[in-house]
Design a protein around this ligand. Sequence first.
Ligand code: F7E
Length: 329
Amino acid sequence: MTSEWVCDLRTAVIFGVTGQDGFYLSRLLIGKGYRVFGVSRDPSSYSSLKRREFGVEVLSGDLVQENRVDEILQQSQPDEIYNLAGESSVASSWKDPAKYCLANSVGVGNLLKILSGISTGTKPRYFQAASSEMFGETGETPVDELTPLKPKTPYGASKVFAHTMTGRFRDFLNVHASSGLLFNQESPLRSEKYVTKKICKAAVRIHLQGSGHLSLGNLNAKRDWSFAGDVVEAIWLMLQQDQPDDFVIASGILHSVEQFTEGVFRHLGISDWRRYVSSKEFDLRPTDVIATVGNSSKARKDLGWKSSTSFDELITLLVDAELRLQTTM
Ligand code: F7E
């Protein structure tokens, strides 16, 4: 059930406002009339971003600094807190597991502790960005909120702590805390560390220059990709529920990296894409989840949400944005 809010102006704090999802969520909330505080470890980098959303009040802060987090919440008095902060590259998490643990686990522990101690005034609602990487290898059978978590990577393990604590602070300390088990969400704002951006950038360059090469890892890996702009709608809807809960947010459809690559080149009118692409399985990370697909029935039923951008539409959106970027540079 969705709450009927009585106040006109709600206030939200977004930890991790500089990332892709931070941009789409702040745009959504500003559009809904929220006052939005965006927290960043480096606010000066936010003001130089081309993709910053105007109207966001940017504060400096890091979830691992408990006192600073406390100050931010005192200053902003939020109705809603969205935690999109942390380290997000699965491949890089092998190089520095402690950094991932600090950013993705310890910081969330700090925030939940502070929230559980708020006894007067507005008790903010909390959203935690969890990840499909927490499941580990699940094959082509769709997973849901009750599927056991068996992460294969330091990144996945760091997210399991945060997700589990979100549930326990909800169950035992009465925090209005919800966790979104987010499957891969993409947009033109992704960095080249992620496969969709890497493919689109190289393919557009090849299309414009007539030559070039794209070196990938495992082409057979399959992912459940959605558009980040759709995913932030689900994130917002989660905090509009009277009862906090966990929700799988996914398209429910698997595609391989090969299908994505082929689709990108096809959209650019290149059918013989294999001429330009090489692949080395597990060249880029010691192990990989080969396939993971989500069952979002609960989100559909309780939130009225579904991933509304199809795989082909997502490819079109990403490639056309990359074309615009490379032809105006
Ligand atoms: O890889 C394969 C790679 O790095 C997707 C993050 O948002 O989603 C993301 O994690 C697949 C993997 O994303 C290359 O091995 C092949 O199987 O785009 P990705 P990810 O690792 O799935 C989850 C849900 C998160 O929570 C994360 O924060 O593509 N792949 N060749 C490649 N991947 C990369 N990056 N580069 C390649 O050349």
